[in-house]
Design a protein around this ligand. Structure first.
Ligand SMILES: [Zn+2]
Length: 395
């Protein structure tokens, strides 16, 4: 028997986390925060105290997957924290922006607890085997497959099967698939969205603002736009590391990405907005230099294109709501055809969607009847022989 506790990101976007147990060993996958939430809602809802967790695995360094790490340490978690080298490199910047300031000061994840692995490696924790693979979502981002008691659950974390930039390792077949349902049933493939973004940017080649998270979407945007552009100067080093990390980017893309990055002008928050497209992080206007850049753009009537998730009330969302910014999704999660293909490749198992609300889940269920649309944070699933049972309140 394997038990899966849905600790965050189910029927909601943010604080993504699950725990998997065979009754003896317990592993937790991801510890995110939820932008826009306050109090306990900001953090995962843990099914068991942190002292009962044998190992914690982090899929990538986005805030909705890693932001609760200092909270875990504060609560007394002393076990191993598995992540890739790229995730460890990006972790401090994400925690600095999204952890509680007091916890950030007093409860940094201790070096001695961090264990590095490479995508494709399998880690054993007692009788559980945790297989990993490149997720195609960001450099160093992975999916997890937990096998125990003859059963297997796959948690995709954030995944992009058809990224123009990042390769993805195929998922193993499984008894339960916990899938990235961020986009619900959005049918428009990434390549089509990238074309639309390229056209929008070309139309505003003499100056526009492109807020983007530092990892993942930034390289997707650089691959898509083919006019001269500028970047916030602090992004250069991180983007260069991402491009050149071994095996992290499709080999045939490394050349063009490095060339475009080398040609990009540097911009700093104290400078006037440039006469060319400007990439600045983060993607929502919540943190980083994009807060100041968005405010300046709004004052100046400088065109803005948002291209990712915008939490309600975030500066980016407020601009789009007022019609003061455009929004075209740059897919950094699977769209409908990709989700169908992932589910079929996994052997058409029962399916739970993470990182979206109930409306998006209902839309996706029109296309995948195995989707358990009622799955919510606080529910548990038990995988027994051929059957998957659902329980509420972590029963
Ligand atoms: Zn992500």
């Amino acid at each position: 028997m394997l038990k899966v506790d849905l600790q965050g990101g189910f029927g909601e976007k943010g604080r993504t986390s699950i725990a998997v147990s065979d009754g003896k060993t317990r592993v937790m996958l991801d510890a995110g925060i939820k932008v826009g939430a306050t109090g306990n809602e900001y953090y995962p809802k843990l099914a068991r105290p942190v002292t009962e967790i044998d190992a914690l695995f982090i899929s990538h360094a986005h805030e909705d997957h890693i932001g609760a790490l200092c909270r875990m340490i504060r609560q007394g978690y002393t076990g191993p924290i598995y992540m890739t080298a790229e995730t460890r490199t990006e972790m401090p910047a994400t925690l600095a922006q999204y952890a509680d300031p007091t916890e950030l000061r007093d409860f940094q994840p201790p070096e001695a607890q961090i264990r590095l692995f490479e995508p494709g490696e399998t880690v054993s924790v007692n009788a559980l085997g945790i297989e990993t693979g490149a997720s195609g979502h960001v450099v160093g981002g992975v999916w997890f497959s937990v096998e125990g008691a003859g059963r297997r659950v796959v948690y995709t974390a954030d995944i992009v099967p058809e990224s123009a930039v990042f390769p993805m390792d195929p998922l193993p077949s499984c008894d339960l698939l916990v899938l990235d349902a961020s986009y619900g049933a959005d049918p428009i493939p990434g390549a089509e969205r990238a074309r639309r973004i390229a056209k929008w940017v070309a139309d505003y080649a003499d100056g526009c603002l492109l807020p983007t998270p530092l990892s993942g979407r930034s390289l997707e945007l650089i691959a898509a736009i083919d006019v001269p552009f500028a970047i916030e100067a602090g992004m250069r080093e991180a983007l260069s590391v991402q491009i050149h990390a071994p095996g992290a980017v499709h080999a045939q893309r490394v050349g063009v990405l490095s060339k475009r990055l080398a040609a990009a002008r540097d911009w700093s928050v104290d400078d006037a907005l440039p006469g060319c497209p400007l990439l600045v992080h983060d993607g929502m206007g919540v943190a980083g230099p994009s807060r100041a850049a968005l405010a300046a753009a709004e004052l100046a009537g400088y065109p803005v294109l948002l291209s990712g998730h915008l939490p309600k009330g975030s500066p980016g969302a407020r601009l789009v709501d007022r019609g003061a910014a455009a929004w075209i999704r740059m897919p950094t999660h699977p769209t409908l055809p990709e989700n169908l293909a992932l589910w079929e490749a996994a052997g058409c198992p029962p399916l739970i969607g993470h990182s979206c609300d109930a409306v998006a889940l209902d839309a996706l269920r029109e296309h995948i009847s195995a989707l358990q649309t009622g799955a919510r944070t606080g529910d548990s699933y038990q995988i027994d022989k051929e059957t998957v049972y659902a329980h509420s309140d972590f029963q």
